[in-house]
Design a protein around this ligand. Structure first.
Ligand SMILES: Cc1cc2nc3c(=O)[nH]c(=O)nc-3n(C[C@H](O)[C@H](O)[C@H](O)COP(=O)(O)OP(=O)(O)OC[C@H]3O[C@@H](n4cnc5c(N)ncnc54)[C@H](O)[C@@H]3O)c2cc1C
Length: 449
């Protein structure tokens, strides 16, 4: 079709944003036979996704106040492991505990006892407790003074940009059109319905427009005069080209937060910081204070760790603003139906979430899009690997959606729910004997380079 000599393109769905969220949605919709276009204003995967800690993880720390998010993320991390096994590398992590630390070894072990229940869903090993000597033999440069011992747990490392590209390749195979350096500039309205958008002067028509712009979702929704309040939490990592330690570490900082040291086939990352920011996405910069904070933490535990890093990466977590204090903020995601929320038809936004549950985020966003498009086809993203090999359905059930709805309605109960489970884990931990570390030493020594 042509209008005044300009070609007009028509799609069922246009997805705005080519990070992991948009790439997952493009794959999901095209696998269901929905004619999809994805637009990315810069380069695929190079925004928040590239500046993440590169982990497919369950969100261990959310166990303290948002247990269901940890459980759901572990479940979807298991699906991601199945579809992208070739792109994931096991990342054993040690949590060294020192005298005087805010969380003593029994508390940390209780937390990991609780996490163990979900590890099986994502191919993770149960935690093990290591003596001081065993810990030092695995990480020889680690500060010995005051060390009580360590606990181990494991996650998965991924190259996030590669994960985005693999999703896009799969989407293209199912017919999606994928375009980078293409910004959604303006929406095309028919009354209170969005029927398409303009990009670099081109009019693109679609039955549904999906805003998957990560920390930019508020900016994109403002094109429709809608606001989506976000709390942007900025995070910096130091990047070293060399792999500096054999296993991951989680280190308590001087202000009693935690940062990771993450070795990988690409080198080593240290971070992230975690600071509320008012900077605009796209203009977020690493500060000298953040660099010094990370270097100081590394030097405290690993005195011979090089202070000369190769580069930094920085991004902002797009957390949906919610009422209540920091602890009650859910790290879960939400699919916003703008017809119900704002009276605007043909427009959906996906906000919050993590790379570790991107497949589920895409599934739920695509479910709503398909409902509006009248498409019956179910989600197939967990039934085929990213390079096209068939998979059997997961033997693990998705965590209870009734409980999810309940905890969304009563956010204060999230912490109580988490606390009850931690109390049970503490009882189990007190009654049963501690795990031995021989298993760890033999298993992990095979993985060490
Ligand atoms: C420091 C840090 C560490 C993290 N570590 C982890 C981790 O280890 N594991 C994990 O699971 N999660 C982690 N996260 C969270 C995870 O990185 C994010 O949830 C995820 O990457 C968000 O992906 P996204 O696609 O929604 O956003 P993005 O990757 O930011 O993609 C959004 C895209 O939209 C594009 N865009 C914006 N506006 C427009 C427009 N108008 N037109 C076209 N395109 C547009 C942008 O250019 C961008 O590429 C971390 C986050 C941070 C900040």
């Amino acid at each position: 079709m042509r209008k005044g000599g300009t070609p007009i393109r028509n799609f069922d769905a246009v997805v705005i944003g080519g990070g992991i969220t948009g790439a997952g949605i493009a794959r999901d919709l095209s696998m269901r036979g929905v004619k999809t276009l994805l637009l990315e204003k810069n380069s695929f995967g190079q925004a928040t996704t590239a500046s993440s800690s590169h982990m497919i993880h369950g969100g261990l720390r959310y166990l303290m106040y948002d247990r269901l998010t940890t459980q759901t993320t572990c479940w979807d991390s298991g699906n991601i492991l199945q579809i992208a096994r070739k792109n994931l590398t096991r990342l054993p992590i040690l949590w060294p505990v020192y005298r005087g630390h805010a969380h003593g070894i029994e508390t940390v072990e209780t937390l990991l006892e609780s996490y163990d229940q979900f590890q099986v869903m994502k191919g993770g090993l149960k935690h093990l407790r290591l003596s001081k000597e065993e810990t030092l033999s695995l990480i020889p440069g680690l500060k010995a003074e005051g060390l009580v011992g360590a606990l181990s747990f494991d996650e998965w490392w991924v190259n996030p940009v590669e994960l985005v590209q693999k999703n896009l390749e799969s989407a293209k195979k199912y017919g999606a059109q994928i375009e980078e350096k293409r910004e959604a500039d303006e929406f095309i309205f028919q009354s209170r319905k969005i029927v398409g958008l303009k990009s670099a002067g081109e009019e693109i028509y679609a039955k549904i427009v999906i805003n998957a712009a990560g920390p930019w979702i508020d900016e994109v929704s403002q094109l429709a005069q809608i606001r989506i309040p976000l709390r942007l939490q900025k995070g910096t990592h130091l990047v070293y080209k060399e792999k500096l330690i054999p296993f991951g570490l989680i280190l308590q900082t001087q202000d009693e937060r935690y940062v990771f040291v993450i070795p990988s086939p690409q080198g080593t990352l240290i971070g992230p910081t975690d600071l509320a920011t008012k900077e605009k996405p796209g203009q977020i910069k690493t500060s000298e204070e953040e660099i010094q904070y990370l270097l100081k933490t590394a030097a405290h535990y690993l005195p011979s760790f090089p202070s000369r890093y190769d580069s930094t990466i920085v991004g902002a977590r797009p957390i949906l603003a919610q009422k209540g204090n920091e602890k009650l903020l859910s790290r879960g995601f939400e699919v916003l139906d703008h017809l119900k929320r704002d009276g605007i038809e043909g427009f959906i936004t996906i906000g919050g979430g993590k790379m570790s549950d991107f497949r589920l985020m895409a599934e739920e966003t695509s479910n709503l899009a398909c409902e509006k498009l009248g498409v019956q086809a179910p989600c197939k993203t967990a039934l085929e690997t990213l390079d096209g090999k068939p998979l059997s359905p997961s033997s693990f059930k998705r965590p209870s959606s009734t409980l999810e709805r309940f905890l969304k309605a009563y956010p204060r109960l999230r912490e109580t729910h988490a606390f009850l489970h931690l109390a049970l884990a503490f009882l189990r931990h007190s009654v049963y004997s501690q795990k031995t570390s021989s298993e760890f030493t033999s298993y992990y020594s095979q993985l060490a380079p």
